[in-house]
Design a protein around this ligand. Structure first.
Ligand SMILES: [Zn+2]
Length: 294
């Protein structure tokens, strides 16, 4: 069972510990270009362990909203290289290396994606920070790299990493380019399945087989959702075609700034209201609340 609980009452910082239960906090629930709800970056906390799934360009600000900063978050898992998911990682790397006496923060990342994240994104701002050292820096100079193991769930190839009491299953998604027919033709992107209870799609095009495959195992499914069709995300219009048994455990996130103005994106001929509860979903995902799983 899960409960939605208020956090940061009276302006206090979010604690990165729980009394043993699993806590999921979306520090943002918005799309890549959202101005109202940050971007979709997610803190997973259990016992005295935590991990931040993605740290986009607004990630450090979203942490500041709840009284945290990139020095307090000690473990990161980037899902893919769009800036709303990794744009804050340069700040994480440089702040930890040059402004604190912290150990390197941990990063959970597959070998194949590590080279791409570093070589195509982070190296530009970080590899020559110490010009006198005689060699360019590497991702491992900034982060303590942690490797997930190969596993299989329901016939789908996945990876698993155990972080204290938290098991993070990593699942590839079909996100971009929009012409990709399979995950193998796609650039690296993943979703996560936490403790085999809480499924978070990650950025993905509509791929019905993907939520359906994990639906029986999942207590709650957080699904990427855009408010128009086309492009590289699942749309509200596509998600509504999923069976009702799946929609009713599905909370939608990664939505545009006009999510609460259905008159701007629901057309008269549409057979849905734009209110996800009325349309058979569990609802919109809320920003800055705790989803507590007992
Ligand atoms: Zn993306």
């Amino acid at each position: 069972m899960f409960q939605v609980n208020e956090i940061c009452k009276n302006g206090e910082s979010l604690s990165l510990k729980t009394d043993g239960h699993l806590r999921v906090v979306f520090i943002g629930t918005g799309s890549a270009f959202a101005k109202r709800r940050r971007q979709s970056n997610i803190l997973i906390i259990q016992g005295d362990h935590h991990v931040l799934i993605d740290c986009g360009t607004q990630g450090p600000l979203a942490l500041d909203d709840i009284g945290l900063d990139v020095l307090k978050v000690r473990c990161y898992l980037p899902t893919h290289s769009h800036a709303d998911h990794i744009g804050g990682l340069e700040e994480v790397a440089l702040m930890n290396r040059y402004t604190s006496t912290n150990e390197r923060p941990e990063m959970i990342i597959l070998r194949d994606y590590q080279d791409s994240l570093w070589g195509k994104s982070l190296a530009g701002g970080a590899e020559y920070c110490e010009a006198q050292q005689g060699r360019p820096l590497q991702l491992a100079d900034f982060f303590n790299i942690q490797r997930p193991k190969n596993i299989e769930i329901q016939g789908r190839k996945c990876w698993s990493y155990r972080h204290g009491p938290i098991e993070i299953v990593i699942m590839r998604t079909r996100h971009f380019p929009d012409t990709a027919y399979s995950v193998d033709e796609s650039q690296w992107c993943c979703g996560v399945f936490i403790n085999r209870r809480v499924w978070i799609s990650g950025d993905t095009m509509f791929d019905a087989e993907y939520p359906i495959r994990f639906s029986e195992l999942s207590e709650v499914m957080f699904h990427d959702c855009q408010l128009f069709e086309g492009g590289v995300h699942a749309s509200y219009q596509e998600l509504i075609t999923l069976p009702e048994s799946i929609r009713k455990k599905m909370l939608l996130y990664h939505y545009g700034d006009n999510w609460d103005q259905p008159e701007t994106w629901v057309k008269e001929a549409d057979k849905y209201t734009g209110n996800p509860v009325e349309d058979g979903f569990l609802g919109w995902t809320d920003q800055q609340v705790a989803y507590d799983f007992f």
